[in-house]
Design a protein around this ligand. Structure first.
Ligand code: NAD
Length: 427
């Protein structure tokens, strides 16, 4: 049995696997444990010479959850969660598990991985040189287990194209100077990054909304959209839905929420935010509470900022037809049955925000080919994967009479199991 602890993110990930196994009729404890546990969890010590001449020891992790369908794939975050290093270890294991399922849902031939260093570059104000020594030190420590055919990291919380370039360069030099752009994704374009990566998550969310609207027979022309958050995922979701004919009538950021009864162009709201530092006080808008924003009457609600936003109390008051979770974990488990009862179609996070990993895959393909596609070529390939992922999830939700969140897990677990069964266990 996999150990379960209270408020343990890995216990949550394990529960989701077990729930999917229940639907699939997999009773075998050994197979359940195989699917839940990471294949490998590497914990490393990273000594760094700080600018003041002293040595500081950092702790880093790389969890390789499952590679039955392809190399491990998943971001590297620099963060310091409240529970400390031990909590981070469990969190990284959980996040690597979710990457396995996310890749399987959209049928990207990757498994799941995740990495982290326990450090907060924002609050600790590390210099650029210290950051580089830390990043290259970590890359050196994980270099034996990563590689274009083994494990392909990417950016995550507080890591950017700069860190990805440093990891790629360290890895390339350690591999006898073999240029290896495919060891990592999320690179700047000049380093072998892909076009459309910057808009990928929001664009993918918009594609899933379009697929959901088709099922519900909602005409996107004139459909009303509310965005929670006004960052990378949410603004691009808004902009692309706008291109599909929808109108944004509500947005929020860390300073507050607004409703715009007549609707407004995302670009205009962005201009206002760039000038004033917030979306609040946008012309023709009224300031509302978070609850009023989330429960406003609209066709499409996109929680695109934070986790744990849609509580049971908020779920009871929801007034939308589609929820597309651009953010990770915006809905609490107790809200799910209420949303289901209200017949709101949910595109779960693991599917709605998978445009990013789809385009990471396409970045890796381009690196391996040494040939690069246009923005439209990349976007249309991602559209195919994510729209099919939506259709497959929806079909399973109907077949098993389960909600979309469970259906997405059932789809993913079934796909990984199929690959595992082909190979069996060796040695
Ligand atoms: P971001 O930093 O670009 O944007 C976050 C936004 O949330 C900002 O506009 C911020 O003002 C807003 N915000 C912060 N606190 C808020 C509050 N209390 N109320 C309302 N808004 C608040 O981040 P992002 O990359 O867009 O990520 C957002 C979510 O999407 C996260 O859950 C992330 O894990 C998920 N996600 C992002 C990507 C991606 O490629 N960007 C991929 C997968 C998942």
């Amino acid at each position: 049995m996999v150990i379960m602890m209270k408020s343990d993110p890995f216990a949550n990930a394990t529960k989701q696997v077990n729930d999917a196994c229940d639907v699939l009729g997999i009773a075998d404890e050994g197979i359940r444990e195989y699917l839940a546990m990471p294949n490998k969890m590497l914990r490393v010590k990273i000594p760094v010479k700080m600018d003041n001449g002293k040595i500081r020891i950092f702790t880093g992790f790389r969890s390789q959850h499952n590679n039955d369908r392809g190399p491990y794939k998943g971001g590297i975050r620099y963060f310091n969660p409240e529970g400390g290093v031990e909590y981070m270890e469990r969190e990284v294991m959980a996040l690597s598990s979710w990457m396995t399922w996310k890749c399987a849902i959209v049928d990207v031939p990757f498994g799941g991985g995740k990495g982290a260093i326990y450090v907060n570059p924002k609050t600790e104000k590390l210099s650029d040189d210290e950051m580089e020594r830390l990043t290259r030190g970590f890359a050196f420590k994980i270099s034996e287990i990563i590689g274009p055919e083994k494990d392909i990291p990417a950016p995550d919380v507080y890591t950017t194209g700069r860190e990805m370039t440093q990891i790629m360069d360290t890895f390339s030099k350690l591999s006898g100077n073999k240029y290896s752009p495919g060891v990592i994704t999320g690179k700047p374009i000049s380093m072998g990054g892909s076009l459309a990566r910057n808009v990928a998550t929001g664009l993918g969310t918009a594609y899933t909304v379009r697929a959901a609207a088709k099922i519900l027979k909602i005409n996107l022309k004139g459909a009303k959209v509310v965005l929670q958050g006004f960052g990378n995922a949410s603004t691009f979701a808004g902009e692309y839905l706008e291109k599909m004919g929808a109108i944004v009538i509500g947005v929020s950021d860390s300073k507050g929420s607004i409703l715009i009864p007549k609707g407004a162009k995302v670009s205009k709201i962005l201009e206002h935010k760039q000038k004033t530092g917030s979306v609040v006080d946008f012309t023709g808008s009224k300031k509302v509470s978070t609850e009023e924003l989330l429960t406003a009457k609209c066709d499409i609600l996109i929680p695109g900022a934070l986790e744990n936003q849609i509580t049971a109390a908020i779920a009871k008051k929801l007034n939308c037809k589609i929820i597309a979770e651009a953010a990770n974990g915006p809905t609490l488990p107790e809200a799910d049955p209420i949303i289901e009862q209200k017949k709101i179609l949910v595109v779960p996070d693991i599917l709605a925000n998978s445009g990013g990993v789809c385009i990471s895959y396409l970045e890796w393909v381009q690196n391996n080919m040494g040939y690069y596609w246009s923005f439209d070529e990349v976007a249309s390939k991602m559209e195919k994967n994510i729209t099919q992922g939506f259709k497959d999830t929806y079909a399973l939700s109907k077949k098993h009479k389960i909600d979309m969140r469970k259906a997405a897990m059932v789809l993913a677990v079934g796909r990984v199991l199929e690959a595992f069964n082909q190979k069996g266990i060796w040695p």
